[in-house]
Design a protein around this ligand. Structure first.
Ligand SMILES: [Cu+2]
Length: 174
């Protein structure tokens, strides 16, 4: 056979066209977007208590006199770890207060007290942890500005793995 038949050549052209089309489609297929942290860590429902810098609004665990002096607030959220390894929230930063600490609320007898967590908050692989009133929270100590309902401000979260996540907290009534 000295040359390919018309139909064979035509089939080749069609196949080439299909290949090009497939490549184009493959190139356009969106790859899964990386999460904000890149490691499957994300935060949902991030909110903070309203507080005034000169006020004395009640705050986390404040059945007793304020423990830190000055005006404080607290940030709460749900942390989700879609990664394959457990991680720990070890630090948080925000520019609305002099200091930011990760606290847990503990009961000592009948007295609710809060203290800084010693080794961060573990978020299990494929699990969630909730920062909520009466439990874990991010303490904003010595507010440098009022936090009014509806305000938002960024909170930077740092994890033991080295991952960092910046989330937006919304001020709202508990
Ligand atoms: Cu606290």
């Amino acid at each position: 056979m000295q040359s390919k038949s018309f139909s064979e050549r035509r089939a080749g052209v069609v196949l080439s066209a299909l290949l090009i089309l497939w490549l184009a489609v493959a190139a356009c297929t969106p790859t899964p977007a990386p999460s904000a942290s890149g490691q499957g860590l994300s935060a949902q429902d991030v909110w903070a208590r309203p507080a005034k810098t000169m006020g004395d609004a009640p705050m986390e665990g404040d059945t007793q006199p304020m423990q830190h002096g000055g005006a404080n607030s607290a940030v709460y959220m749900r942390l989700t770890n879609d990664g394959a390894a457990a991680d720990r929230l070890t630090a948080a930063r925000a520019d609305v207060s002099h200091a930011v600490e990760i606290h847990e609320t503990v009961m000592e007898g009948d007295v609710m007290r809060m203290q800084q967590v010693q080794d961060g908050i573990e978020i299990p692989a494929g699990g969630q942890i909730e920062l909520k009133p009466g439990s874990y929270h991010i303490m904003l100590i010595g507010l440098t500005r009022d936090l009014a309902v509806g305000d938002t401000f960024p909170v930077r979260l740092e994890f033991a793995s080295g991952e960092k996540l910046t989330v937006e907290a919304e001020v709202r009534q508990p």
